[in-house]
Design a protein around this ligand. Sequence first.
Ligand SMILES: [Fe+2]
Length: 273
Amino acid sequence: MDQNESSANRRRFLGQALAVSATVVLANQVLAQPQPKEPGKGPKPTPPGLADKPSKPAAPGNAGAAAPAAGAGPSHPSLEQPPLPYPQGALEPAISATTLSFHYGKHHKGYFEKTNTLVEGTPFKGKSLEEIVKGAAKGKQHQKLFNNAAQAWNHSFYWQSMKPKGGGAPSGELAQRIDKDFGSYEAFKTQFTQSAVDHFSNGWVWLVLDKGKLKIVDTHDADTPLVRGQKPLAVSDVWEHAYYLDYKNARKDYVTAYLDKLLNWDFVAQNLA
Ligand SMILES: [Fe+2]
């Protein structure tokens, strides 16, 4: 090996040694950096606005969010169907346990499930049910979400609008409000019943507060006074699934039973307070 060859070998060796050292230093620097967490690992963030703000105690339509079942479902908390405020057979004979089991356990549950699916990946995710209903009502592009979210809210409000051994004429201040705005309880009852009987196809009949006055209004499909500037006080579901197993096509008999045996005036008074 002559002197020139020996010098060239030395330069090659030094170059390789420097390259190895640089690689080790770079690797150490990379390892020292905070590593991103795997998706789904570590504590979940608490999305803002999930703690719902029910205007009334235990208002099931506003139950908002709750943690999903462990190990399943979306990574953020979902809206949870609130429990019925009474056992499924508690409204018999006016409404059978069979009707309530299907109505609550299939129809209402389905609206919550669809709403949870539809809000995934949208700005509606993490909002309360009431916020979703009001937000989705603002654009036709959200019609499907509105239909399901509003049906979830309306049904929760409906369960609370009834109670075992309810119905009949209210008393006290509420009786005076009914007399003032409808003329009499009998006039209120006649108007509510007629509104339910005359309502074409599926929908809802509501007692609402509108500009300080009690009114009866009906809405079609999933529509709700929540998005019409009216304050809902009580509601009767006049979709056929609400009464067909018990009353067949006799909607008038169902609404009469609702008014005479079920209407929860305590809930109306709470909403008026
Ligand atoms: Fe229904």
